[in-house]
Design a protein around this ligand. Structure first.
Ligand code: ZN
Length: 183
């Protein structure tokens, strides 16, 4: 290493000329099949441009560390991570959207329309109803009146959905059994 200078902060600056490929040796027996000589430095063991090495005084190193922490704190203050309340609000929003995409209201309440669904599918869809394959029925945010051959049951996403907020096959089967037993 070549000493260059000491700056006003007491930092000593060195140049490291050691070739990064051969480590300064200029050649190696490991490369005997291609001629031993390091092709990076041409055998000199030195780099074309030195690596700059800085040696700080303990006082200045401490100052730099404090500056680094201050910069990091400023960055966090300017762009704080979401709070628990915000994260919960985001999760709630995602949940409501998933419920809505399956025909429920934002509250999780919905109306299962079963029976002669195929003939009424367009009316149901226009009313915001969505088909569920497990229930073999449409779920709509409100009861759709005046349809022939349709039975309506109030349902709740909180009871029918899995932890990912999608209707669960087992819970759907359980619910349908309950509906049949009450008839
Ligand atoms: Zn080399």
């Amino acid at each position: 290493m070549e000493y260059i200078k000491t700056d006003r902060n007491g930092t000593k600056i060195f140049y490291d000329w050691t070739c990064t490929r051969c480590g300064g040796a200029g050649q190696s027996d490991a490369w005997k099949f291609t001629g031993k000589i390091c092709y990076e430095c041409g055998g000199s063991g030195k780099r074309h441009n030195p690596k700059i090495i800085k040696e700080y005084t303990p006082e200045y190193a401490d100052k730099l560390e404090k500056r680094r922490i201050a910069r990091m704190e400023k960055r966090i203050a300017e762009n704080p991570p979401p709070s628990q309340e915000e994260l919960k609000a985001i999760a709630d929003g995602v949940q409501k959207n998933k419920w809505k995409s399956q025909g429920f209201k934002e509250t999780g309440t919905g109306y299962m329309h079963s029976g002669n669904t195929y003939a009424n599918r367009e009316t149901l869809y226009r009313a915001g109803a969505r088909w569920n394959n497990y229930l073999k029925a449409y779920i709509a945010p409100e009861p759709v009146e005046g349809l022939s051959g349709i039975e309506i049951h109030e349902v709740h996403a909180q009871e029918l959905c899995n932890k990912y907020d999608y209707i669960d096959i087992d819970k759907a089967e359980e619910f349908l059994k309950g509906v049949l037993n009450n008839e």
